[in-house]
Design a binder for this molecule. Sequence first.
Ligand code: GDP
Length: 373
Amino acid sequence: MTKQQAEGRSCAGCGVKLQTESVDQLGYIPEGALAKEPPVCQRCFRIKNYNEAASVAIDQDDFLKLLSGIAGTNSLVVHIVDLFDFEGSLISGLQRFVGNNPVLLVVNKIDLLPKSINPNRLLNWVQKQTKAQGLKVVDIVLCSAKRNIGFERVIESIGRHRGDRNVYVVGATNVGKSTLINRLIHDYSDLERELTTSRYPGTTLDAVHIPLDDGKEIIDTPGIVYMHRMTEIVPRDVLGALLPDKPIKQLVYQLNEGQTLFFGALARFDFIEGERQSFSLYVSNALQVHRTKLERADELFAEHKGEMLAPPSREQLEEMPAWTRHRLNIRRGTDTDIFVSGLGWIHVNGASGALIDMHVPKGIRVLTREALI
Ligand code: GDP
């Protein structure tokens, strides 16, 4: 079979259109596997042969089509979000799209927060933010798929809420969906049975159905790509510096007004106005933070971007959107985080208030929120 022929064909496992170009997009099949008959995409191949889910992604429009396909089913929707990128990975409008189906919110990567944080306080915070986003959920479970924390509670909650329904797992990319599904497959599933075809009526979207012991299925949907997350717009080799893999150690900076912090060449924080105060940074500890004077900041960036101020490299920066400025007025007496989707957040102890400019690549979501820690 030639490459072109392959690309006109569909995966025998999940029905997706096959393609040989992008590993992390739906329907990827390595060129070497094209000769096999019938052809299956890499995602189905891995689940079938290694009991292992792999991450694949689709864009927002396709994802919304997929979600509205769920509305017509009787299912439990398990929505996985990343605690480190909570507002960036929450699917806004999920409620509208999944109809009357119950939503279970699984908040992953809690291992990244300091151990000292009170779990009840954390849960309260998540409840409040979820409500503020207009998402009604039947339960919220905090866990770490990677460190195997809270996983029995995830299983227990799914068991309690699914009844005799199928389980759809939805989430943005990199939230740990595959890691979690892999655990579900190992603990829960009966892979002696075949993976089934899973086209959504009226759409060209595909999901992988993983059979459960009781004849029901876990349905793994592709991860949604949100371009408002820093993790989506950086080159792959920069992703490692952005995604923390160990508990984040907060970095505390005592700053005077007129001082600037660079986060590599990914973002810039200007303390424009306010009394001398401390700012706590919760970002991946692999990221280099550089302090300078505000009046020197433009010049420093022009001279040193991609070198002293890195990642990304100079060439990579040319491929990324230019920065835009977000002006944030942190009011006196508020305990606030400045949240930058995919990068992390900066805690401002608002005892005296502060005027801040945050520079980030255009399109990246910046917001203020009640402090998480
Ligand atoms: P998916 O794109 O949602 O399927 O996400 P993956 O399961 O591929 O995980 C994305 C990244 O997050 C990988 O680098 C994982 O190792 C990491 N990851 C997944 N779960 C956790 C977790 O509980 N804690 C931490 N710290 N990292 C995790």
